[in-house]
Design a protein around this ligand. Structure first.
Ligand code: NAD
Length: 472
């Protein structure tokens, strides 16, 4: 299977890139280069933004039912590629095929379906006194996305923006661009009007900077690291363009003393290690009441040790590699530092067995982690769980909120009201009680340095709209 691509998608067709430079895409499980994609330049970005601008008035004025129908055609075209998408994500990211199928492919299809519905049912204009308050699409959107959920993060932006009547230029992550090419094969098949959605592959430093800084982009919607989010906000500030930032996290999993400990620990470890821990909402700090702490550490160690590392295409594999050598080295350095800072290695760690080839890190659990240490404060983005003892609910809330991030979190308790009271005190954009199901319509986004703006559902759609008050 040759996965190499040599075009951009601009103005409704595959177009030649402005430069012959390419980016190599690697399979992190084998360390082999599996494809190349073009390295876009500011010239490519400009052509794509011009196409999006030219398409904007027509798409914004399109009847919502017709926009919904176009998104529905895209859903059908993508569904037809579901197996290919899952295999491609397993190849370029290293996600185990089961995760690549259920989460990396299933979730974006669910999200797209939700925006088919939302696109077709726009809320009625509001009447406030003598004003008619209407919602209008914000304009041309620049979408810049990371590699860890390479289709989901694209879909959360693209489907919402298109449903709202915006046009889009996408710059996907350079480590995992191949799945975006499959998405644009589906865009092409679905026959979306030319210019409504455009793809420019490239690096963050070149294509990403050009898109975030382009004078004709009205909103930059970014998911990625806090450092890059800060840079993008600076670039957009120069022209007072809107920005939505979905950034890092260091979420806490609060296991109260009346929780079902076995379930809370098992689900908590699974959450922390999903996608090899490369998940911004991962519950990477497990906070356990002192009375049940030793038991929780043992349970976590046993659960983690059961996670089998290996070939993403082997059905027995629970953990694939990390996305790159750089990411693997970064994660191992975090663990070394965590140990030097007094953390106790319970399982895994830099010395643990792992496959000879591929950027693998063994599932790692550290206990007795100091809440102020780097391991408890920095986003690690690998299969590394820190367990911390807490004295009571107040102490658990204080430790959980001792973070510059505020993306997600969890509370486990036998008493729903108690759990709800604790959930309300967490300074984060989301909290799950007792392992409650993910809701694709709930607003998703962060407090503090986890960013601002919300994705998914009606609130995610509103991010791509602005309000106009017409007085009568
Ligand atoms: P990153 O910030 O390096 O890259 C994200 C995207 O930004 C990529 O497409 C990259 O090419 C682009 N980029 C990089 N530098 C740029 C620049 N100067 N100007 C414009 N674009 C630029 O992040 P990453 O390494 O791809 O992803 C991992 C990080 O993303 C983690 O910190 C993780 O927590 C965060 N993340 C957050 C969420 C969320 O929803 N909050 C989701 C996934 C990942």
């Amino acid at each position: 299977m040759d996965l190499t691509r040599n075009a951009m998608y601009v103005d409704g067709r595959w177009t030649a890139p402005s430069s012959t430079d390419t980016i190599a895409v690697e399979n992190p499980a084998t360390e082999e280069v599996i494809a190349t994609v073009p390295a876009g330049t500011p010239v490519d970005v400009d052509a794509a933004v011009r196409a999006a601008r030219a398409a904007f008035d027509g798409w914004a004025a399109t009847d919502p039912a017709d926009r919904a129908a176009a998104l529905d055609r895209l859903h059908r075209a993508l569904t037809g590629r579901a197996d290919e998408i899952a295999r491609t994500v397993a190849l370029e990211l290293g996600a185990p095929l089961k995760v690549a199928t259920r989460v990396q492919t299933g979730l974006p299809l669910t999200v797209l379906r939700s925006f088919v519905e939302l696109a077709g049912q726009p809320p009625a204009a509001e009447i406030i006194g003598n004003s008619l308050v209407v919602r209008e699409p914000v304009g041309v959107v620049g979408a810049i996305t990371p590699w860890n959920y390479p289709l989901h993060q694209v879909m959360a932006k693209l489907a919402a923006a298109l449903a709202a009547g915006c046009t889009v230029v996408l710059k996907p992550a350079e480590l995992t661009p191949l799945v975006s090419y499959l998405l644009f094969d589906a865009v092409d098949e679905a026959g979306l009007p030319p210019g409504v959605v455009n793809l420019v592959a490239g690096t963050g430093q070149v294509a990403g900077e050009a898109l975030a800084g382009h004078p004709d982009v009205d909103l930059v919607s970014f998911t990625g690291s806090t450092a890059t989010g800060r840079r993008i906000a600076h670039l957009a500030a120069d022209r007072v363009a809107r920005v939505a930032l979905e950034l890092g996290g260091k979420s806490a999993n609060l296991i109260l003393d009346d929780a079902d400990l076995a379930t809370a620990v098992k689900v908590g470890v699974g959450n922390a290690f999903l996608n090899s821990g490369q998940t911004c909402t991962a519950w990477t700090r497990m906070l356990v009441h002192r009375d049940r702490y030793a038991e929780a550490v043992d349970l976590a160690a046993a659960t983690a040790a059961g996670y089998r590392l290996g070939d993403p295409f082997d059905p027995a594999t629970r953990l694939g590699p990390l996305v790159s050598a750089e990411q693997r080295d970064r994660v191992l350095a975090h663990v070394e530092r965590g140990l030097a800072d007094g953390g106790r290695l319970v399982t895994g760690g830099p010395g643990a067995a792992r496959p000879d080839r591929g950027w693998f890190v063994a599932p790692t659990v550290l206990a007795d982690v100091d809440p102020d240490s780097a391991l408890a404060q920095e986003e690690i983005f690998g299969p590394v769980l820190a367990i911390l003892p807490v004295d009571d609910d107040d102490h658990a809330v204080a430790v959980a909120n001792n973070s510059r991030y505020g993306l997600a979190g969890a509370v486990w308790s036998g008493d729903q009201e108690r759990a709800l009271g604790v959930a309300r005190r967490l300074r984060t954009g989301a909290v799950d009680i007792n392992g409650a199901a993910f809701n694709p319509l709930a607003p998703f986004g962060g407090y503090r340095q986890s960013g601002f703006g919300r994705e998914l559902g009606p609130h995610g759609l509103a991010e791509f709209q602005q309000l106009k008050a017409i007085q009568r």
